[in-house]
Design a binder for this molecule. Structure first.
Ligand SMILES: [Zn+2]
Length: 176
């Protein structure tokens, strides 16, 4: 099967055992929700044919944050890494699947979206003049998708308006 480049959201089920019937092609996704979001099941986008569960429930262990609405599509934060099977690593952002690299790598070449660009001024105003703030904290304060914020921060660095930390501070930004 060919790798998927987009998430296809197939709906919400209450039980994990009901999910697989909706997962036919790579990138197909079902939300398992009982009282609160439990799991996102994805037919592995690489095309290996395996189902890939992503935990969304902090009470059940390390959890991913799901951003999902009709306007912005499906986003997961942080990136997801399969530790078994095909060991694929994905960034899922606005229903698009990026099958490469670490999140620190550039993936904004296709992200020339007005909505993302609209965040520029608010993000710029939140960059500290001393020290650094992580793009995730900026996203939280704006109720924005972290990958949107990271993309804008990187653009601001290229415009020499912002600076990015090095090493462990990668992903943290301040005013240039
Ligand atoms: Zn796979």
């Amino acid at each position: 099967m060919k790798p998927a480049t987009k998430i296809r959201f197939r709906g919400t089920v209450a039980r994990l055992s009901d999910a697989s019937a909706h997962l036919e092609s790579p990138g197909d996704t079902v939300l398992v929700e009982r009282g609160r979001p439990r799991l996102l099941m994805i037919a592995c986008p690489c095309g290996c044919g395996e189902l890939f569960p992503i935990n969304l429930d902090p009470r059940a262990g390390p959890a991913w944050r799901l951003y999902s609405d009709p306007r912005r599509g499906v986003t997961l934060y942080p990136s997801v890494w399969r530790e078994s099977g095909c060991e694929s690593h994905y960034v899922i952002w606005r229903s698009r699947i990026y099958l490469f690299g670490r999140y620190e790598d550039e993936f904004d070449s296709t992200a020339d979206m007005d909505e993302v660009t609209e965040l520029t001024e608010s993000i710029r105003n939140r960059l500290p003049s001393e020290g650094l703030t992580s793009f995730y904290d900026i996203a939280e304060s704006l109720d924005a998708i972290p990958w949107d914020v990271l993309t804008v921060c990187r653009r601001l660095v290229r415009m020499r308006v912002a600076r990015e930390g090095k090493g462990k501070q990668r992903g943290s930004f301040g005013r240039a």
